[in-house]
Each structure stands twice: as structure tokens, then as C-alpha cells.
Ligand binder design. Structure first.
Ligand SMILES: Cc1cc2nc3c(=O)[nH]c(=O)nc-3n(C[C@H](O)[C@H](O)[C@H](O)COP(=O)(O)O)c2cc1C
Length: 226
């Protein structure tokens, strides 16, 4: 039997992304987040508007989306309850956050140069997506339940360079990621999880992945959004 409940959060399980941006003084900031999803080469990021990452992203227009693998969980957890905002906003103070200017050092992660954007990539992350800002808007602000609170931001970024650990590349397909080799770290409500194995053959995967490429779509006249 289903029950009607009123949960405080609806975080049903999404991958953990470490977003790197540059601070005003040129030093890097790094923030764990998981309100992220992708369509085509664009990604929507959901951020508390008081965080340093959206401020950096809106000011500089650039970031790197570093995808954490399940085996990075201890390093990711070291980034929790930290902010690059100094001083932290009142709600974060109350929740036990502290200002940390050296997130890479605190987590034991290594910054390496990106190719097309200024913020660094995270060496230890098997997937590193260099991205630029396309759009940002308040999110969920029409919900009367949250009246009086600052709205979070939905930030749309566009991936312009994809770096992938070669061990994740599918045999015989130089531009495909093998989903059986990619083991993302998942935040499910506020706990860390990994993925299990393939559950069932997928009918959606019966046509070639390359059908999604824009050139292929134009060639075949399949221009609608899928
Ligand atoms: C695994 C994980 C996932 C998180 N997901 C989000 C998220 O999706 N959106 C968000 O605003 N904060 C999220 N947080 C909290 C941010 O990391 C936190 O607000 C942090 O202070 C942001 O850093 P910054 O202020 O330096 O940008 C998450 C934290 C952890 C540990």
C-alpha cells in the first residue's frame, strides 16, 4: 500500500559531479554536487544560489564537470560540508559547513590543466567534461511551499571537450563509453551508492549509439528531439 508522505528532499539517486571553477583570484574551487543531468552535449546543474560555484560559473562562464567513480567515495566525502564562500551563508553555518579555500588539497585530489577552459580538471576522475555556460535561471521559485527562501539556480552548461580514462572506452568503438566499465558514484538521498550489474537486455540499445550524433541525425532526416 502506498502512503502519502511529505519528504524534505526528493533526491532519488543521481551521479556525483565535482565541479571545478575559478575564484576571483584565479585559484580553483571544487564542489561536489549531484543535481545534474545530460541531454545531447548540454548539462543542467542545480545549485544553491549562495554557493561559490554558481557565482564563479556566472562570472567566468566556464567549468569542468569531473565525474567521480565509486572508488573515489572517501575523497568526495572529504569535500562535504565545505564551501568556497567566505564567510559561509547563515544556513550553511548552522548545518556545520566551514570555508575552505584549498578544496583540492583537503580532498587529496590533483588539479591538471584543461585544454579549452581555464578551470582545472581533476586527475583522479575517469571522466572530465570541459564546459561553458549557456543559461541560468531560478528553479522552483513558483512553489508556494518555499516562499521567503532564495530559489536555487538551474544552470545550463555545454560540454566542449570530453576526456575519458582509456580503460572506459568500448573495445572496437573509439568514441563510445562502455557502461559495464563506468562505475559512477551515486548520491541516493544523502548516502553514497554504486551501481549494480546490467539487469536486463535493453531494447533502447538495439540501434547504434552513433545514431544520436548530430551529423547522422541530419543525414537521416531524424531532426526531432529524442
Ligand atoms: C555528494 C554531494 C552532492 C551534493 N549535491 C549538491 C547539489 O546537487 N546541489 C547543491 O547546491 N549542493 C549540493 N551539495 C552541497 C554542496 O557541495 C555545498 O553547497 C558546497 O558548499 C558547494 O561548494 P561551494 O560553495 O564551494 O560551491 C552536495 C554535496 C555532496 C557531498
Amino acid at each position: 500500500m502506498h502512503k502519502i508522505i511529505d519528504p524534505a528532499i526528493l533526491y532519488f539517486g543521481t551521479p556525483v559531479v565535482l565541479v571545478s571553477t575559478l575564484n576571483e583570484d584565479g585559484s580553483p574551487n571544487l564542489a561536489p554536487m549531484s543535481s545534474a543531468w545530460w541531454l545531447r552535449y548540454s548539462c543542467m546543474l542545480g545549485f544553491d544560489a549562495s554557493s561559490k560555484t554558481p557565482a564563479n560559473l556566472l562570472r567566468t562562464g566556464e567549468c569542468v564537470l569531473n565525474l567521480a567513480s565509486a572508488d573515489m567515495v572517501d575523497k568526495v566525502d572529504r569535500l562535504a560540508l565545505l564551501t568556497g564562500t567566505n564567510p559561509p551563508p547563515p544556513h550553511k553555518n548552522r548545518w556545520g559547513y566551514r570555508y575552505e579555500p584549498d578544496k583540492f588539497g583537503t580532498a587529496g585530489l590533483t588539479p591538471i590543466a584543461s585544454e579549452r577552459v581555464a578551470p582545472p580538471r581533476v586527475l583522479e576522475c575517469p571522466v572530465q567534461l570541459e564546459a561553458v555556460l549557456d543559461d541560468a535561471r531560478p528553479f522552483g521559485e513558483k512553489d508556494p511551499k518555499y516562499a521567503g527562501l532564495n530559489a536555487p539556480l538551474a544552470i545550463e552548461v555545454r560540454v566542449i571537450r570530453v576526456h575519458v580514462d582509456e580503460r572506459l572506452i568500448a573495445a572496437g568503438y573509439p568514441n563510445r563509453i562502455d557502461p559495464t566499465k563506468w562505475q559512477p558514484l551515486i548520491m541516493n538521498f544523502r548516502q553514497f551508492f554504486g551501481l549494480g550489474n546490467i539487469l536486463h537486455p535493453s531494447r533502447l540499445s538495439e540501434f547504434p549509439e552513433e545514431a544520436f550524433k548530430p551529423r547522422e541525425r541530419l543525414k537521416t532526416g531524424t531532426t526531432g528531439t529524442a
